[in-house]
Design a protein around this ligand. Structure first.
Ligand code: NAD
Ligand code: TYD
Length: 349
């Protein structure tokens, strides 16, 4: 019997993972712990909230007492840790909140796992991280599992710190840890502060599309469901102490991606060709903006046969369709209205 604590399960990636685990593993107990910051939204999980193997607890991962209670009550024997402050621009404005959740929160969780897991057999602490810990690439080369860490934003520095602590607990205390570092995700339920949902929303509402710098930065995009499939696989199959990179072999220069998005949006909205692209507006670059991320995911493919299940064109079209079909979700998260859902749905539970 697995009693899995998923942290950050009301966020973008977390909600996809919780849904997948609740549905695919009816004999597991899935306990979703989330602080419900601006980025956590229980409406993302409506379709599983009444499942018999699912429990939600509102708590901060930095709150040692609250998390210890959850470990005790649910006899937690595995953790999949996603809770984090996740947006680079916010980390530039307020680095300390990133240290608080991403570093101190992770160490708090590690301490609690160590405390409760006296017998380590059958236990697993799976830490979900980012390729941004490796820094920035030039035009050539890829990040591999052995690329030295070189974080350059407060966000990536805090994630690198959390990765180091997870590995240190593996080496020092023998905690059975696994880490994966993934490239940029896209898909439904992503908070509209990140590039794709922000630009989809702005195109729909006729607002400017703020392209940082010259739009020449490169990101490697992966459909969120493919990321979750890789986490599921590694959670069950990876060896203790291992690290895997997860990526889509799918690099796009920002400006090319934005033009592709504009073309899809023109089609879907029945607008004339080139209409959405008129909204493109070049703005001051992000300070310290990493130039290129690109993942070599061949280890994951070699060891476990994992491959992305959709092409980027398929995934992007499905993502656009989801946002167009769910304007009320976007309106509620951008206005803060969604936070009332928790009060209404979970009051007294
Ligand atoms: P997100 O911002 O959408 O969600 C983060 C979730 O964590 C939210 O539900 C939030 O309420 C919760 N949270 C924040 N602080 C918390 C705290 N102190 N205690 C409990 N819960 C808290 O983020 P995401 O994009 O879903 O990313 C999830 C994880 O995956 C993060 O660890 C991130 O670093 C990593 N990651 C993200 C990407 C990406 O492209 N989005 C890529 C690779 C790795
Ligand atoms: P983002 O979605 O914030 O992810 P990350 O910074 O973690 O890669 O940004 C993706 C790329 O898009 C990144 O190069 C910054 C750029 N960008 C813009 O040009 N304009 C924007 O308004 C945003 C949010 C991002």
């Amino acid at each position: 019997m697995k009693n899995i604590l998923i942290t950050g399960g009301a966020g973008f990636i977390g909600s996809h993972l919780v849904r997948r685990m609740v549905r695919n593993y009816p004999d597991y107990r899935i306990v979703n712990v989330d602080k419900l910051t601006y980025a956590g939204n229980l409406e993302n999980l409506r379709d599983v909230e009444d499942a018999p193997n699912y429990t939600f607890v509102k708590a901060d991962i930095c709150d040692e007492k609250a998390i210890s209670r959850i470990f005790e009550e649910h006899k937690i024997n595995a953790v999949v840790h996603l809770a984090a402050e996740s947006h680079v621009d916010r980390s530039i404005a307020d680095p300390l909140s990133f240290v608080q959740t991403n570093v101190l929160g992770t160490v708090t969780l590690l301490n609690i796992a160590r405390h409760f897991w006296k017998d380590l057999s059958g236990k697993r602490f799976y830490h979900v991280s980012t390729d941004e810990v490796y820094g920035s690439l030039g035009q050539e080369g890829f990040f591999t599992e052995t690329t030295p860490y070189d974080p350059r934003s407060p966000y990536s520095a805090s994630k690198a710190g959390s990765d180091h602590f997870v590995r240190a607990y593996g080496h020092t205390y023998g905690l059975p840890v696994v880490i994966s570092n993934c490239s940029n995700n896209y898909g439904s339920y992503q908070f509209p502060e990140k590039l794709l949902p922000l630009f989809i929303h702005n195109i729909v509402t006729g607002k400017a599309l703020p392209v940082y710098g010259k739009g020449e930065n490169i990101r490697d995009w992966l459909w969120v469901e493919d990321h979750c499939a890789a986490i599921d696989l590694l959670f069950h199959k990876a060896k203790d102490g291992s690290t895997y990179n997860i990526g889509g072999w799918n690099e796009w220069k920002n400006i090319d991606l934005i033009h592709l998005l504009c073309r899809i949006m023109d089609q879907k909205l029945g607008r004339a060709d080139g209409e959405s692209a008129k909204l493109i507006s070049y703005v001051t670059d992000r300070p310290g903006h990493d130039m290129r991320y690109a993942i070599d995911a061949s280890q994951l493919e070699k060891d476990f046969g994992w491959k992305p299940s959709v092409t980027f064109e398929q995934g992007l079209e499905a993502t656009v369709e989801w946002y167009l079909a769910n304007p009320e979700w976007v309106n509620r998260v951008t206005s803060g209205e969604y936070q009332k859902y928790y009060e209404k749905q979970y009051a007294g539970r």
